[in-house]
Design a protein around this ligand. Structure first.
Ligand SMILES: C[S@@+](CC[C@H](N)C(=O)[O-])C[C@H]1O[C@@H](n2cnc3c(N)ncnc32)[C@H](O)[C@@H]1O
Length: 293
């Protein structure tokens, strides 16, 4: 789907049917939210690629890829930063990243045909150091973790249209994202189903808005708006993570027993040397700690 285009084949078509939807989140369930749909799409695209060399659809158009890479350039994201493309589809964005010089990139998709298509296109481009995996992002393997940057172009949109309990699936998406992204890591999402405000709400727990990216505006019937929202979130620390022993490494720390030790040391916001699971306190948490001690 091209940006701003009125293409009824894309996820935007479902977005436009929100008004009549009986579902609580306002979306009408759609085949676009199912794995069967995407398997069929990429099987077809795989065949077309093999026959004609056509790489298939770039969701939100070329400009959406340029916008993301420009942002990474502007913020001097190191070329060896680990980047995950969630629901990579034909993998064309991975190719753009690699051509730009990014050297630690991974693409996942739950459709094996999408991963096969990505692999074939990447091979034809002569690129070798791109990692590809068949993974359901709603149930990611433990190996998928520690990313500096996660990208989503249209995947959260697709998941939102799942006919089977999409609300729960969206929550699971946010949990998976929290798991795979490093604290302070960036999440770049491009969506045509959700407005900026709605995305802020969806990702309110554990993420904060870092920047809104400019997208084309459209006007219709005397009103104007954006057909696509592109936001950059930064991962913060979840309140619940503070009490989770898994969080107790390097720059994050809090376990129940540290609170039992009282104010000394802990609430100075520095180091708690009397506990085996201590670490350095992140500065932004210091103000919350007295309540817990
Ligand atoms: C709208 S397409 C976007 C493809 C690609 N990101 C792009 O910009 O061209 C949505 C993609 O998300 C994938 N997808 C949907 N749900 C997924 C899930 N739970 N885990 C992994 N991939 C998923 C689909 O297979 C499809 O490739």
């Amino acid at each position: 789907m091209s940006e701003g285009a009125d293409d009824d084949g894309g996820a935007g078509a479902a977005a436009r049917s929100r008004g009549g939807s009986p579902r609580g989140d306002g979306f009408a369930p759609s085949a676009l939210g199912t794995r069967e749909h995407w398997d069929a799409v990429y099987e077809r695209e795989l065949q077309t690629f093999q026959e004609y060399g056509d790489t298939g659809e770039i969701w939100f158009g070329e400009e959406s890829m340029t916008r993301l890479i420009r942002w990474m350039q502007k913020h001097k994201i190191p070329l060896d930063a680990s980047v995950l493309d969630i629901g990579t589809g034909n993998g064309v964005f991975l190719i753009e990243l690699a051509k730009f010089g990014f050297s630690n990139i991974t693409g996942i998709d739950y459709s094996p045909s999408a991963i096969q298509l990505s692999g074939n296109i990447i091979e034809k481009e002569g690129l070798s150091n791109i990692k590809l995996k068949v993974e359901d992002f709603l149930n990611p393997s433990t190996k998928l973790s520690g990313f500096h940057i996660c990208i989503d172009k249209g995947t959260f949109d697709a998941i939102s249209l799942n006919p089977d309990n999409a609300i729960e699936k969206r929550k699971q998406y946010v949990k998976s994202l929290s798991r795979v992204l490093k604290v302070k890591g960036f999440f770049l999402i491009t969506s045509c189903n959700w407005t900026k405000e709605e995305l802020l709400n969806e990702f309110s727990e554990g993420f904060e808005l870092f920047e809104e990216l400019r997208t084309p505006r459209f006007s219709f019937g005397g009103r104007s708006g954006n057909s696509v929202a592109a936001l950059v979130f930064q991962k913060t620390l979840l309140y619940s993570e503070l009490f989770h022993p898994v969080s107790c490494k390097r720059d994050i720390c809090c376990v129940f027993s540290t609170c039992q030790l009282g104010n000394q040391g802990l609430c100075s916001g520095l180091r708690l040397t009397t506990h085996t699971l201590w670490c350095t306190m992140p500065s932004q948490l210091a103000c919350f700690l007295p309540q817990w001690c």
